[in-house]
Write a protein of this length. Structure first.
Length: 303
């Protein structure tokens, strides 16, 4: 009996040591063959994006893949969700054309590998009648597992590198025709809502932090002042009969748009009509991924 107990203890001890050895962290340079196999596998994934090869991307990931891709708003669960998430990159004429890994590390835990790396990707192709090219840095953490003798990506977290993010936030952006129309529609709706004293629309499009400098007014207006002005105009019996923006130019930086325009509006009060012209600088922010809100403006008289 004592022999059996001793044997059981030794066996358990050896098993624990084996498990500990299996899970012990091993740097990639101590397992160069596995490290190089993972690097080769990564290249196949990048080449899949470059050549827009859906089969290569599907083969490079496990069926139970989990993680986040660049811009993800929810957890990706399974290869089908991964393929759906990258479908745009596989169809767009502007797509990845080259990549370069700038820094990379590999840490093994048995048949599991944690792989953080920084890479620079290049993309190009025709867009809106011209050829577009750009570079972007990504910060990625991949998890690889050795399944059926081959290393495969089982999880990832891909985000824009802070350097590229800072550049994107401060660079002039282009709006496509639909987004431009949505922005200009939002601009006009604010003007019309003000003159109509449309309180629900004003609450929707003018946030509490709004700051406005109006033509001929020494006071800078805030949210309550603007609402009071709209109500006062409505109480006077006035109505808007004409609104035009003869000239408009737009600058967009990330989620912020600045609209420069000349304006003309005609009002009717007690049967009398007056026309006002001037220039406007208006600031809009795209908020909650659904609408433009008017966070401020400055109006002056046209000379």
């Amino acid at each position: 009996m004592k022999f059996v107990k001793a044997f059981t203890f030794v066996f358990a001890l050896l098993a624990c040591n084996a498990v500990h050895a299996q899970l012990a962290a091993v740097p990639g340079d101590q397992r160069p063959a596995d490290r190089d196999a993972i690097r080769e596998h990564l290249d196949k994934i990048f080449q899949g994006f470059i050549h827009q090869d859906a089969a290569a991307l599907r083969a490079g990931h496990s069926a139970d893949w989990r993680g986040f891709l660049e811009g993800s708003r929810r957890i990706g669960r399974g290869i089908d969700q991964y393929m759906q998430a990258v479908s745009g990159a596989l169809k767009s004429p502007v797509h990845m054309t080259a990549y370069k890994i700038l820094d990379m590390d590999v840490m093994f835990y048995g048949d599991l590998a944690v792989v953080p790396y920084i890479c620079e990707v290049e993309a190009g192709g025709p867009a809106q009648g011209q050829t577009r090219t750009y570079k972007e840095k990504l910060r990625i953490l991949d998890v690889f597992a050795k399944l059926n003798g081959d290393w495969v990506q089982v999880a990832t977290n891909t985000v824009t590198h802070p350097e590229s993010l800072e550049e994107q936030l401060s660079s002039l952006a282009n709006l496509d025709d639909e987004d431009k129309k949505n922005l200009l529609d939002a601009r006009e709706s604010v003007w019309r809502a003000y003159f109509a004293n449309d309180r629900p629309k004003l609450d929707e499009t003018i946030p509490p932090e709004v700051i406005a400098i109006d033509n001929g007014s020494e006071k800078w207006s805030h949210h309550d002042d603007i609402l009071a002005g709209a109500k006062g105009f409505a109480d006077s019996g006035g109505k808007l009969v004409r609104l035009e923006f003869p000239k408009t130019e737009i600058q967009v930086y990330a989620n912020t748009a600045i609209i420069y325009s000349s304006y003309l509006y005609e009002l009717e009060i007690n049967g009398q009509r007056t026309t006002t012209t001037g220039r406007a600088t208006e600031m809009f922010v795209f908020r909650d991924n659904k609408q433009w809100v008017n966070v401020g403006w400055h109006l002056d008289a046209e000379k």
